[in-house]
Design a protein around this ligand. Structure first.
Ligand SMILES: Nc1ncnc2c1ncn2[C@@H]1O[C@H](COP(=O)(O)OP(=O)(O)OP(=O)(O)O)[C@@H](O)[C@H]1O
Length: 206
């Protein structure tokens, strides 16, 4: 029986003068992969940011199994472009509470097939390569909850297939919330949540 990892109760989410959700209650079990969908402006990105910034400090959010580590990849990739991939990874590893072995780091680089490009500054990477570098950065510390906002952006067909395979493996180990407009072929998922259905109404799903 999957356990509830994260839940929000009676959440009101307002951006500027706009109320995106009122009295929203959702439960996420793990491990698993939840696809967040909804029309433009429905509040998908805001919802992920809400979790990343407030889940640990707001009384609307609960971790029934105890607080979890969270990693987030939004539209900003969070890479230092004058540094190489290796230097970016060293920097992010130094911030991580978990000590990462060289083997773990190399395994992630190999999974995204960037092993021949680790010493180049990231500004020399293509858009898709930058996306893969940012994905490595996001998964590197082995977070228990991963929040991904349109993570397939910039990936070509081959890289899309590669990343889908990685997600199908990772959803067995952690809880992944992923904002997607289109669901790539072959991506396994626990549930699809359409946020357009929940705007400005009292709603509960679990
Ligand atoms: N920085 C901001 N300042 C003011 N309003 C904002 C800001 N960011 C988002 N909003 C508003 O919040 C609402 C939700 O935006 P959000 O980016 O979360 O939607 P989304 O579902 O992710 O959209 P999209 O599919 O277009 O990426 C929109 O109406 C948007 O105009």
């Amino acid at each position: 029986m999957p356990k509830t990892i994260l839940e929000c109760k009676s959440l009101n989410l307002t951006v500027g003068y706009k109320t995106l959700f009122r009295n929203l209650s959702l439960s996420f079990s793990g491990p698993g992969l939840y696809i967040i969908q909804g029309e433009n402006g429905a509040g998908k990105s805001s919802f992920l940011k809400e979790i990343y910034h407030y889940a640990k400090i707001s009384e609307n959010w609960h971790f029934p199994e105890g607080e979890k580590t969270i990693s987030y990849l939004g539209h900003e990739l969070g890479l230092y472009t004058s540094l190489s991939l290796s230097e970016n990874i060293s920097y992010y590893s130094s911030l991580s509470e978990i000590s990462l072995s060289e083997e773990d780091v190399l395994a992630w680089i190999n999974r995204f097939k960037l092993e021949k490009r680790t010493r180049e500054p990231v500004y020399m990477f293509s858009r898709g390569m930058k996306q893969k570098a940012a994905l490595i950065r996001t998964f590197l510390s082995s977070p228990e909850i991963v929040l991904l906002d349109e993570p397939y952006t910039g990936l070509d067909l081959k890289s899309t297939e590669l990343f889908t395979k990685i997600l199908n493996e990772e959803m067995e180990k952690r809880m992944i919330l992923i904002v997607l407009h289109e669901i790539p072929k072959g991506l396994n998922h626990t549930e699809i949540i359409n946020l357009s259905d929940y705007g400005n109404v009292s709603y509960h799903v679990s």
